[in-house]
Design a binder for this molecule. Structure first.
Ligand code: SF4
Ligand code: SF4
Length: 101
């Protein structure tokens, strides 16, 4: 019931998400997140297959790259350090490292 109600409200855009729900991917593009994250991804680029999954899975849409050259990176200003790209990379070609503050 709650799920159905939320679906209807999302479709009609009646929610402004003051409930703490992350409603849409890419929300960080409205707020720079680089200052509070504790980890960042490192794209090692040695075993990359160019599958683009890191781009598809990044909830903030901040991974970019080229499957022909197999060179991938991310926008440091907006990455929130969640590690999903590293977790989902089938080639394990992304490491998460601690950011020194
Ligand atoms: S998910 Fe991993 S293997 Fe696939 S494109 Fe991204 S870095 Fe390369
Ligand atoms: S850690 Fe990876 S998946 Fe998470 S926001 Fe940064 S680039 Fe995107």
């Amino acid at each position: 019931m709650l799920r159905r109600l939320l679906t209807i409200m999302l479709k009609e855009e009646k929610l402004d998400f003051k409930l703490g729900i992350i409603a849409r991917p890419g929300a960080a593009l409205a707020n720079k997140t680089g200052s509070f994250r504790s980890e960042i991804p490192v794209f090692k680029l040695d075993k990359c297959t160019g599958c683009d999954l890191c781009i598809y899975y990044c909830p903030e849409g901040v991974v970019f790259g080229d499957k022909k050259t197999k060179k991938y990176s991310f926008d440091e200003d907006y990455c929130k350090g969640c590690g999903i790209c590293a977790e989902e990379c089938p080639a394990k070609d992304i490491d998460m490292i601690l950011v020194e503050k």
